[in-house]
Design a binder for this molecule. Structure first.
Ligand code: AHR
Length: 497
């Protein structure tokens, strides 16, 4: 079916929060240890123990916010184990993830140092499942109190004079599951209690973030908003994309059949329905949309790479993941009135990682390139874009062939991101540029694969990489772009006098 799209360049629909491009890094597998932290004595080039190559790569995509220390690990983490001289820190087993030794060398000071290097906001997730109110309250005091107090003194003894600024603090993680197997009524009460002691010291104003629902557990959202909505600044949502319907057999990251290409994208598109339905419940209790929805875990989850520790969740990342990222961002943009932050799981070496490492080597995944291409949308204003496109069918099922969104920067530069989900056919999209006064200069960048599982390896790190896009024409106000199969395209339109 013919495609047709109209960009209404004069209809602005609100800001796309840069934090939608946030990340999540857990003490899981090789994310923190090896992926980020190598230690000061490592031969891998580092600054204060943190890998230089990874920091540089994350700065390039303008990482806005980083969530830590978990995940499930957060509700087993006792922050005092991770402060003070490193040689004296407790060694323990990471019981949740792979049963390996956790030496606590990466703790509060190291995380805050990492965020300073990245120039991003820290998002710290506190422990409700196995931690006390006092422990959480003292962590906030240690981090953010500048006056005379036991925790501020302890921080100074550990080498940090001034308090840090911490804007985002999560009160528990997945408390319906690994964070304590709680019922929503019980967690809502605990949330009210714990958040009371997550205090604002001095000028530091904390956004208190409550643990939200698993996928489509709308009752959880209903109960949390009803019982605790007024005590929170945000509520979370976790949704992972699994190609196959079973946790025992999720599907492989590479070498999959077309049916898994299709089912992966079909499932990723479900994010739209989930956000819509959770937001509708939130609207009932919070019509002014004061409380943000934070999708602080999202991405693909496949079977681990053969021969790797099943508890490490290490998977390859292909052009299919790039499509998942591109269409998911387009969904987040559409809901940017409610979705104020999202954090892909996870930054390095775990699940839908943007970076993979092997010893001193590092590669950028196709998902990384989408973050880089889409960074132009950070803090830009959403524009109205209607796309009337055909469907992409497989085995009697259908999904839209094109996913798209558009925004305009403060300088008036427009960006349109388009994903062609079809694994076989190129798609020609005639795009009417309505509401643009005068002529426009157009450039573009495209990311495409020559196979459904095209990916980068340490021997071929540039196999999937963005290229300049030239396959378009501009006649009058009709911009026609031809998207290759399996591709993500970002067009830049600069109004010209
Ligand atoms: O990201 C991996 C795990 O997925 C997180 O620890 C947990 O919150 C979720 O179940």
């Amino acid at each position: 079916m013919a495609q047709r799209a109209v960009l209404n360049a004069d209809i602005r629909k609100g800001k796309i929060d840069r934090n939608i491009y946030g990340h999540f890094s857990e003490h899981l597998g090789r994310c923190i240890y090896e992926g980020i932290w190598v230690g000061e004595d490592s031969p891998i080039p580092n600054t204060k123990g943190i890998r230089n190559d990874v920091v540089e790569a994350l700065k390039e995509i303008r990482i806005p916010v980083l969530r830590w220390p978990g995940g499930c690990f957060a509700d087993e983490y006792h922050w005092k184990d991770g402060i003070g001289p490193r040689e004296g820190r407790k060694r323990m087993i990471n019981t949740h993830w792979g049963g390996v030794v956790e030496n606590n060398h990466f703790g509060t000071h190291e995380f805050m140092e990492l965020c300073a290097m990245l120039e991003c906001e820290p998002y710290i997730n506190g422990n409700v499942g196995s931690g006390t109110v006092q422990e959480m309250s003292e962590w906030v005091e240690y981090l953010t109190f500048d006056g005379v107090s036991p925790m501020a003194e302890l921080r100074r003894e550990n080498g940090r004079e001034e308090a840090w600024a911490v804007k985002y603090f999560g009160v528990g993680n997945e408390n319906w599951g690994c964070g304590g197997n709680m019922r929503p009524e019980y967690y809502a009460d605990l949330y009210r209690r714990y958040q009371t002691y997550v205090r604002n010291y001095g000028d530091n104003k904390i956004h208190r973030i409550a643990c939200g629902a698993n996928v489509d557990d709308y009752n959880w959202t209903e109960v949390l908003m009803r019982e605790a909505g007024r005590f929170m600044d945000a509520l979370t949502l976790h949704y992972y994309t699994l190609p196959l319907p079973s946790w025992e057999n999720k599907g492989a990251a590479t070498g999959f059949a077309p049916a898994e290409w299709f089912s992966t994208l079909e499932k990723a598109l479900r994010m739209d329905e989930l956000i819509t339905r959770h937001s509708t419940i939130m609207d009932k209790y919070d019509p002014e949309k004061r409380v943000g929805l934070i999708v602080d875990e999202w991405g693909t989850w496949y079977d681990v790479e053969p021969g790797t520790n099943p508890g490490f969740l290490y998977q390859q990342n292909s052009i299919r993941d790039a499509l998942v990222a591109g269409l998911t961002f387009n969904i987040f943009h559409k809901h940017s009135d409610r979705v104020r932050m999202a954090n892909i799981a996870q930054t390095v070496n775990v699940l839908q990682a943007v970076i993979l490492t092997e010893g001193e080597k590092m590669l950028l995944t196709p998902t990384y390139h989408v973050f880089n291409m889409y960074k132009v949308h950070q803090d830009a204003e959403l524009l109205e874009l209607t796309v009337d496109c055909g469907n992409y069918s497989f085995d009697g099922r259908e999904i839209p062939e094109i996913s798209a969104s558009a925004s305009v920067t403060a300088e008036g530069v427009i960006h349109i991101s388009l994903c062609n989900l079809n694994h076989i056919a190129a798609v020609s999209v005639p795009l009417e540029l309505r509401g643009l006064a005068g002529k426009a200069g157009v450039t573009g960048t495209v990311l495409a694969g020559d196979a459904m599982d095209a990916h980068n390896t340490f021997s071929q790190p540039e196999n999937v990489a963005p290229k300049a896009f030239t396959d378009f024409t501009l006649e009058g106000d009709i911009l026609t772009a031809v998207l290759p199969p399996m591709s993500v395209l970002v067009l830049e339109i600069t109004p010209q006098a």
